[in-house]
Design a protein around this ligand. Sequence first.
Ligand code: F6R
Length: 249
Amino acid sequence: MKLYCAEDYDAMSRKAANFISAQVIMKPDCVLGLATGSTPIGTYKQLIEKFNNGDLDFSQVKTANLDEYKGLTKDNDQSYYYFMHTNLFKHINIKEENTNIPNGMEPDAEKECKGYDKVIEELGGVDLQLLGLGHNGHIGFNEPDDSFAKGTHIVDLQESTIEANKRFFASADDVPRQAYTMGIKTIMMARKVLLIVSGADKAEILHKVICGPVTPQVPASILQMHNDVTVIADKAALSKFTQQELEQL
Ligand code: F6R
């Protein structure tokens, strides 16, 4: 695991955008696994800036998003489809047909999950998976559980996740209770993983993820077993690490 400490959210976003840019430059037809949430917004802004400066070309890039709320239409401004188009896709030269997000409106969960795994398989797998970190250690919507989930599946969101995400909705009651998400196995099969973490409120969980035991109760802890993980976190998110722990990473 490689760990980069950034001064603050902006510096974290710049480093993450540089990392993703390197991937796109090295392999112009790469498959990027993308995340939503507040953490990657700055990274996406930086990528848009690089595209506007003529430094990046997304014309051959393909993407697969981690997750989508079940029951939200594409034009619902809280859907992850809407998020990705507003915060990234509509500002760059990516082709709509090269972007993939689970279909939250598919009522048949088995069909959607199998279909999404097939999409990722047909893309040839994910080259670089970008991840944010939930306060309970979730990645994608893989919530703490008794075992690690495998492929794409439907999940019941935990109260803590509903609570954390209600800031984007009119009220907690409006937060969907279920979501489709890539499984841990799918995430672990990505050739490279980039985890970005910002803020003191993530400090405790980030420390558990990196220094604690590997357990499905802290889903992101499985990343300790991946052979190519880069963590870019800001100082506040790294505030629970001792100097010695930081040096060992
Ligand atoms: C979103 C996702 C989630 C978020 C996590 C952190 O696609 O996969 O796992 O990355 O909930 O969210 P923020 O960045 O809003 O703190």
